[in-house]
Write a protein that binds this ligand. Sequence first.
Ligand SMILES: [Zn+2]
Length: 134
Amino acid sequence: MLGATHALVGSAIYQTADKRWLSYALAFGAHYLLDIIPHQELSATANCLLFVGTGVGLGYVAWKERDWGMLIAGFLGVLPDVSRQLDLLPFITHSHAVVHTKDTSPEYGMLLELLIDISAVVLILRGRARFEYE
Ligand SMILES: [Zn+2]
């Protein structure tokens, strides 16, 4: 899936988890679960642009909340793709290649990813609202 989707899901896990230290491991593990689902890949350029835009949005929310853990979880969510692209961590790169499924139709893949992204954004913003009332 897109790096933006992995970052959003990782951040959403962090925002909604009661035990935030556990959310880092879950954000990393969620990458593998998401990549098992048949999906569509975009070009590296489009993927990077969406990821940077998402990072700016997540950075803004983290800055507003003065809680940078959400960015760490987002980064851990996308780490297997970063490792693959830069050939950094052989075990992560290999295990990522094992679970990564082939592409599906562009329509299904983009619709699926859009639904996941919208759900993650709702959870991120809802999680933020929850903490404002505490
Ligand atoms: Zn991946």
